[in-house]
Design a protein. Structure first.
Length: 224
């Protein structure tokens, strides 16, 4: 793991109540597991939905994430905050799903949902990244769809780093640990993501042209 070793001496059990819950899960406490699911299922679903672009797929993947948590309980060791450990699993699940869909050529890059999407914190982030204000008043559902499509124009790692930063409020260190990257690589990913989001959103903001989503899953141009 390309992160610093400063976390090795941190007592996460004393600092993180969710770690303490997970330790109870390790000891076979089903109620503690249900509590963790209640606390995190919405957050995991949000990240996965924006990662894969489809609500139904995200719901299935979220179930997979928590199933993996349950199956891993016996070997759980609190070497990080619980949220970092959980979103490491979510990141791996999302990455596998994206790559599998790409291999099957079933990635849908134009359908962002069959119904109205709620306006999310990513909307505000995208406007901040674009440095632009819309030339006309935007319908909230339309804006949410535009932002979703702009997000899909990012490559896999930029998209995940952006969501962990903006939705989960993770630090560079936590994102690095979650994605198994160096802190410098995370900073590079987020910097490139801001530039790419601005480029994706600018035509819409100025001319009403929708962003073009990308099906690329390679990330050879990102530092690791």
């Amino acid at each position: 793991m390309a992160v610093g070793e400063s976390s090795a001496n941190i007592n996460y059990e004393s600092l993180d109540p969710d770690v303490r819950l997970m330790l109870q899960v390790r000891d076979g406490n089903g109620a503690a597991f249900e509590e963790l699911v209640m606390r995190y299922q919405g957050r995991v679903l949000t990240v996965l939905e924006h990662a894969v672009g489809r609500r139904m797929s995200a719901e299935e993947l979220a179930q997979d994430v928590f199933l993996r948590v349950w199956r891993a309980r016996a070997n759980y060791t609190p070497a990080a905050k619980f949220s970092t450990w959980l979103f490491t699993i979510a990141n791996n699940v999302a990455r596998n799903a994206i790559r599998g869909a790409s291999r099957r050529k079933e990635v849908n890059v134009s359908n962002v949902g069959s119904g109205p999407m709620p306006v999310t914190p990513l909307d505000r982030m995208a406007l901040e990244s674009s440095g632009l204000m819309p030339t006309r008043r935007l319908d909230k559902t339309e804006m949410a769809e535009v932002v979703q499509q702009a997000l899909e124009s990012l490559n896999e790692r930029q998209r995940m780093a952006t969501m962990l930063s903006k939705f989960e409020g993770m630090s560079y260190d936590d994102i690095a640990q979650t994605m198994e990257l160096s802190v410098q690589a995370v900073k590079s990913l987020l910097s490139r993501a801001r530039v790419n989001l601005k480029a994706a959103l600018e035509p819409y903001m100025s001319e009403g042209a929708w962003p073009r989503a990308s099906t690329a899953v390679s990330h050879g141009d990102d530092e690791s």
